[in-house]
Write a protein that binds this ligand. Structure first.
Ligand SMILES: Cc1ncc(COP(=O)(O)O)c(C=O)c1O
Length: 408
């Protein structure tokens, strides 16, 4: 590759590879969502109501659990899960450092301590052998994250949980469509949480769902999600008329609105079709990057169904002699938006200071954290967009590979 003449990079004053900026994570919204949102706006009721109920029913069926609770975020779902399981001060929850802040923040919000266990360098997912080493008498739960849509190795995680009497809360923010062996992600652990944030596989703007097959936990989460009011409080505004409601606990304000559910209902109906589109983009990206000595493509695993949320190659920074951040700055100038999933949490100031963590603590998470990047990957992309992405990425890599180190 380096032998091909390198085109001038846009960051050095050359013409950008793509004319118009390609936004990272632009969702595919159909006419059905637009019509349903309009109908909701015209209906006189935009808060939590019948559309949220419908979406919850459809979602629990899709995941294969008994209960699904619509919320304003996945963060709320993870928080409520820990809360319903009674996890609090003095308790430890084992999770991955290679995740979004929300995963560990909610452990802190509940007064418990996040304990990180390093990831598998190949998959980026929490390594069960590392979890085992972190279990103490204070451990109450394991919080695995199915990173980028790739299921964690759930059999050994569930075995460890059973052996040590721990709860498993799945952070399935990226993994709505994922499967592990013959099991649906979100139906394996005790409670699971999904995200419908603006860039996710299913979008409602902001939004989330928390799932469980345990009635008691669903009840507890439902009550806490709406100020601690008795369960059917939302229906006090429906045609059933005013209902007395009781404040049972000082709860939170985490409920989903019908306006959000209006989108979610139709997004869910097209979820498998959209996955097929992203499957095709995945194959296109793999084919384009095959043979590029500076990129390590995401691995394929036979026993899983990847939800194809994020396509995250690793940049071989040692071979390239440039950092991932230099690469991303140059890619941005080629008019391609990109992301990083994720900078390992133990390298963030709060986690460093509060828990005394430092670089060197989780070598595999750091290896990925320093090299990973995410390119646009939504079902909204056309094949031409996808080709722009790979063309620009390869152009930048070529440029970096052929430039003299002194020029930086
Ligand atoms: C792994 C992971 N967990 C949790 C969340 C939180 O999701 P939400 O924004 O819906 O609260 C995110 C959001 O991006 C995430 O990436």
């Amino acid at each position: 590759m380096a032998s091909k003449a390198a085109a001038a990079l846009a960051i050095n004053g050359g013409a950008p590879h793509r004319e118009k900026f390609l936004v990272f994570g632009a969702p595919l919204i159909g006419e059905e969502e637009i019509r349903e949102v309009e109908a909701t706006l015209r209906s006189g009721w935009i808060g939590t109501g019948p559309r949220t109920q419908q979406f919850e029913k459809d979602f629990r069926k899709y995941i294969g659990v008994k209960h699904a609770l619509g919320l304003n975020s996945c963060t709320a779902g993870l928080f409520l899960a820990l809360n319903a399981l009674g996890i609090g001060p003095g308790d430890e929850v084992i999770t991955t450092p290679l995740t979004f802040a929300a995963t560990a923040n909610v452990i802190v919000h509940n007064g418990a301590t996040p304990v990180f266990a390093d990831v598998d360098r190949r998959t980026g997912n929490i390594d069960p052998a590392q979890i085992k080493k972190k279990i103490t008498k204070n451990t109450k739960a394991i919080l695995p994250v199915h990173l980028c849509g790739r299921p964690c190795d759930m059999d050994p995680i569930m075995d460890l949980a059973e052996k040590h009497g721990l709860f498993v809360i799945e952070d399935a923010a990226h993994a709505i469509e994922a499967r592990y062996k013959d099991k649906k992600i979100g139906a394996i652990g005790h409670i699971s949480a999904f995200s419908f944030y603006a860039t996710k596989n299913l979008v409602t703007g902001e939004g989330g769902m928390v799932c469980t097959s345990n009635r008691k936990w669903d009840d507890a989460m439902r009550v806490m999600s709406l100020h601690g009011l008795s369960k059917s409080a939302w229906s006090r505004y429906s045609e059933k008329g005013f209902k007395f409601y009781d404040t049972q606990l000082p709860g939170f304000k985490y409920n989903m609105m019908d306006l959000q559910a209006a989108m979610g209902i139709h997004q869910l109906r097209r979820i498998e079709d959209n996955l097929k589109i992203r499957d095709a983009h995945w194959a296109r990206y793999n084919a384009a990057f095959k043979g590029c000595e500076f990129l390590i493509r995401p691995p394929e695993q036979k026993h899983i169904r990847h939800a194809r949320h994020l396509y995250t190659p690793l940049l071989d920074i040692d071979k390239l002699g440039a950092t991932r951040d230099q690469f991303l700055a140059a890619l941005q100038k080629e008019n391609i938006g990109a992301g990083i999933h994720f900078i390992a949490l133990h390298l963030h100031s709060y986690y460093k200071k509060r828990f005394g963590l430092k670089r060197g603590d989780f070598p595999n998470a750091e290896y990925i954290s320093d090299r990973t990047f995410s390119i646009p990957f939504s079902a909204r992309l056309t094949s031409a967009d996808a080709d722009d992405v790979t063309g620009a990425a390869l152009k930048v890599i070529r440029g970096l590979a052929s430039r003299s180190k002194a020029s930086w």
